[in-house]
Write a protein that binds this ligand. Sequence first.
Ligand code: MTE
Length: 321
Amino acid sequence: MLIKRSPNGIDLPFSSEITPREIFESRRTFIKQLAVGSIAGAGLLDQAWAQSGNAKLAARLNPAWSAMEKQTAYKDATTYNNFYEFGTDKSDPAHYAGTLKPRPWTVSIEGEVKKPFTLDIDSLLKLAPLEERVYRLRCVEGWSMVIPWIGYSFSEIIKKAEPTGNAKYVEFVSLADKKQMPGVGSRVLDWPYVEGLRMDEANHPLALLTLGMYGEVLPNQNGAPVRIIVPWKYGFKSAKSIVKIRFVKDMPRTAWNLAAPSEYGFYSNVNPDVDHPRWSQATERRIGEDGFFTRKRKTLMFNGYSDVASLYTGMDLRKNF
Ligand code: MTE
């Protein structure tokens, strides 16, 4: 985002039991068209995990929180990434994230909470029923994707942590381990990658503690084994490979805000009316729709998630960008 100087940068059956992927993807589209509102059989919430490869992860589609739009191809979603711990080119994470070890892994929940605790991934997987939510992700660089994520509302973690009255914000801290992450040796950002939300934002049911995508556990390049997805904000708010979640009094100093405060504000809500200092945010390129004559899409306020508007009543979103 700093390096490149131009912006281009229901109830479903187990989506995952099917190979090859092309068939899985076309079938899930077909099934969705047919089966919105139908009842699933028992056992849909079971999940599986293997020590290597992308193990299957079953979840029920939550249609209320899903965009019924054409989904981005798995290949695009897993080869065109931002994960600077593995390099700054879009293809770097897919090439180099094989060194990341997503197991064993723990996430510590700390700070202004009555009950600090540490969870391993198995416990995180069991903390609440897994849902599939098809969210749009809009990157600040001007591209977007539509991805079937798997997880549950982050509010489940908040409930368990019992924040004290002092907790006004939540900070998400990514792993920063030079041995596993070659990019952490570079000075492109101050590591670790840190992101944050205001408590009411973090409590909004759309904020998704994310453990999988496309019927599988998260691929390394997409932030294995656990990340946050905040679909109404630019993609950089969605920190990957989280090891620490801190409830804090003061607004967190986030990685991109520290790197370029005039370009990346704390809120970073998708807002077509507020340009990035170096480019317009009015339109976006949907990955997979890259034909020569393809028109860009209009970017929607809050990325189309208008439910969140009430979180910002009375705030000047030009100042609080
Ligand atoms: N999290 C970490 N730890 N490091 C990163 O470089 N990049 C962010 C975000 N989370 C990033 C990160 C940016 S800029 C975007 S657009 C999204 O991850 C991209 O997520 P995706 O590669 O799964 O599409």
